[in-house]
Design a protein around this ligand. Structure first.
Ligand code: GLC
Length: 450
C-alpha cells in the first residue's frame, strides 16, 4: 500500500476499496477511445471531464489516458477551438448532434459532430500531468505530439475571444464556463438573454411546460438540476449562437451577453503556465505573439478584483462592470497561480469563513450566506470534486499545505461515505446528481495517489 497517500482517518483496506470503486466507475463509463461523464445523463465526450478523467486514469493506465486526450483532439476545429462536447456517433443520439449542428461552421471537423462552444481549458494541465508519468524520451515525444494542438487552441483564445486585447478571455454561453447555472451567469442571463416568450411564460407561471421538453430531468430530479426557465434560456442562447454559425466575431458584434468569466480565466492562466512548461521540456519555441499575449494574461485577473468586498468577480464584457455574485469561482484564482500572496491569503480567509465556504463537507459551489445558496441544486450550492481538486492544487501552490491536506482528506471521506456521485450536499454530505460520475472517480484516484 506504499503507493497510496497516508490518510490519518482511513486504513489501507478502506483506501484500497475506494480506489477499486473509483477504477470500477471509470470502467463502466469507458467507451474504448473515450469516457462518458455518466452513462445515461451524459452519453458523449466532454472537454474538461475528459481532462480530469485523464488526470486520474494516468495512474492506472497511462496509454489509455493519452488515448482520452487524442480522442478529444479529434474534435478540434480548424480555427483551433476545442469544443465542449464531441458527440457519440451512435444512431440513437442524432437529436443531440442535430441540436448543435456543428456542420454549419466551416471550421468544424468533417468526420465528427461537436458542439459549437468550448469549456475550461484543462487540456494543458492534463497533457503535462500525463507527461510526468512517462520517462523523459517518451515524455518529450508526447509533448511534441500535443504541442501543435495546444498552441492552436491557445492562439484561438487570443484571436477569437480577447477582442479588446485585455488578456482576458470572453465567454458567449454559460456552458462554456463549465459551471452552467452559477449565480453570476444566471444574473447576466436574466438581464440580457431572456426571450420575450420565456418572460411571458414565466410571468404566467407556466415554467412547467418547459419540463415536458427536458431530457436531463428524466435521469435526475428537477430539484437537483438547473431550473426550467434557466434551462430554456440556456437553450435559447445556444440557438442564437447557432444562427451565427458559432462565428465569434459575428456574435460579439451584436450580443450583450458576453462575460469575462472568473473561473475560466483563472484556469486559462494556469493552462498558459502548463503550456510553457510543456514547451520547455520539449525544447519547442512558442510563437512570439503567443508568448506576449500569455504574459499579458498572467496579471490580468487584477482587473477583476474588488477591494471593497475583498474578492474577484466575473465581469460583463459589454458594460465592463463586475458581476458581484460570489460563487465557487471566487476561490479559483488560487489555482491560477497568477495572483499575489496577499490576495491568496484573503481568499484562504473566505475559504475558512463559516458564513461562506467552510461547511461540514466543503467546498460549496455558492457561499452559504448567499441568497442563491441551495445545497442540492447543481452549481448553486453542492460541493463538486473537480472544484475541490482545483482548490487543493491552488492551496499547495501558495504554500497552504495544511489546509490542502484537510480539504483532500475531507473530499476523500465524502466520496468514501456517499459514493461516486456528480455532486454532494455540502451541509450533510448527501449525494446528488448522477451516480457513477467519471470525474469524481478519476480525481478520487488522483487524490489517493498524489
Ligand atoms: C454539466 C456540467 C459541466 C460538465 C458536463 C458533463 O453540464 O455543468 O461542467 O462538463 O455536465 O459532465
Amino acid at each position: 500500500m506504499a503507493h497510496l497517500l497516508y490518510l490519518s482517518y482511513m486504513d489501507d483496506a478502506a483506501a484500497k476499496e475506494l480506489l477499486d470503486n473509483a477504477a470500477g466507475v471509470l470502467k463502466i463509463n469507458d467507451r474504448k477511445l473515450w469516457t462518458v461523464p455518466a452513462s445515461d445523463l451524459y452519453p458523449h465526450q466532454w472537454l474538461w471531464d475528459s481532462c480530469f478523467i485523464a488526470i486520474g486514469l494516468r495512474h492506472l493506465d497511462v496509454e489509455r489516458a493519452q488515448t482520452e486526450l487524442r480522442s478529444l483532439l479529434g474534435g478540434q476545429w480548424s480555427n483551433g477551438m476545442v469544443p465542449n462536447i464531441i458527440f457519440s456517433k451512435d444512431k440513437s443520439h442524432w437529436r443531440d448532434r442535430n441540436l448543435w449542428r456543428s456542420w454549419i461552421s466551416p471550421y468544424a471537423p468533417d468526420d465528427v459532430a461537436t458542439s459549437g462552444i468550448t469549456q475550461p481549458p484543462m487540456l494543458a494541465e492534463a497533457v503535462l500531468r500525463i507527461g510526468q508519468k512517462l520517462k523523459l524520451p517518451e515524455r518529450r515525444s508526447w509533448y511534441k505530439e500535443m504541442l501543435p494542438h495546444l498552441v492552436h487552441y491557445h492562439e484561438w483564445f487570443y484571436n477569437d475571444r480577447d477582442p479588446h486585447k485585455e488578456g482576458l478571455v470572453v465567454l458567449l454561453h454559460p456552458y462554456e464556463s463549465g459551471l452552467d447555472d452559477s449565480p453570476p451567469w444566471m444574473s447576466e442571463l436574466r438581464k440580457h438573454s431572456m426571450p420575450l416568450w420565456l418572460r411571458l411564460l414565466e410571468k404566467a407561471g407556466l415554467g412547467v411546460v418547459i419540463s415536458w421538453f427536458r431530457r436531463d430531468t428524466q435521469h435526475v430530479t428537477l430539484a437537483q438540476r438547473a431550473g426550467n426557465v434557466e434551462a430554456a434560456a440556456g437553450w435559447a442562447a445556444m440557438r442564437r449562437l447557432r444562427r451565427k454559425a458559432y462565428n465569434s466575431e459575428a456574435i460579439l458584434s451584436r450580443s450583450l451577453f458576453v462575460v469575462e468569466d472568473l473561473a475560466f480565466n483563472s484556469i486559462f492562466i494556469r493552462a498558459n503556465q502548463c503550456l510553457k512548461e510543456i514547451a520547455k521540456t520539449a525544447a519547442y519555441d512558442l510563437p512570439e505573439h503567443l508568448k506576449e499575449s500569455m504574459d499579458k494574461t498572467q496579471g490580468a485577473l487584477e482587473q477583476l478584483w474588488d477591494e471593497t468586498s475583498g474578492q474577484y468577480y466575473a465581469r460583463s464584457f459589454v458594460s465592463h462592470k463586475l458581476i458581484e455574485e460570489p460563487s465557487i469561482a471566487t476561490l479559483l484564482p488560487l489555482y491560477s497561480g497568477g495572483i499575489s500572496k496577499d490576495k491568496a491569503a484573503r481568499l484562504v480567509e473566505l475559504l475558512k469563513r463559516r458564513r461562506m465556504f467552510s461547511t461540514s463537507w466543503p467546498v460549496p459551489s455558492v457561499p452559504v450566506n448567499s441568497n442563491d445558496f441551495n445545497p442540492y441544486k447543481y452549481w448553486q450550492g453542492p460541493a463538486w470534486i473537480n472544484t475541490n481538486w482545483l482548490i487543493i492544487d491552488g492551496l499547495k501552490r501558495y504554500g497552504y499545505h495544511e489546509e490542502a491536506k484537510v480539504l483532500q482528506e475531507r473530499t476523500l471521506q465524502l466520496v468514501a461515505n456517499s459514493g461516486m456521485y456528480e455532486y454532494f450536499n455540502p451541509l450533510n454530505g448527501e449525494p446528488a446528481g448522477a451516480p457513477n460520475f467519471s470525474w469524481t472517480a478519476a480525481l478520487t484516484i488522483d487524490l489517493l495517489k498524489s
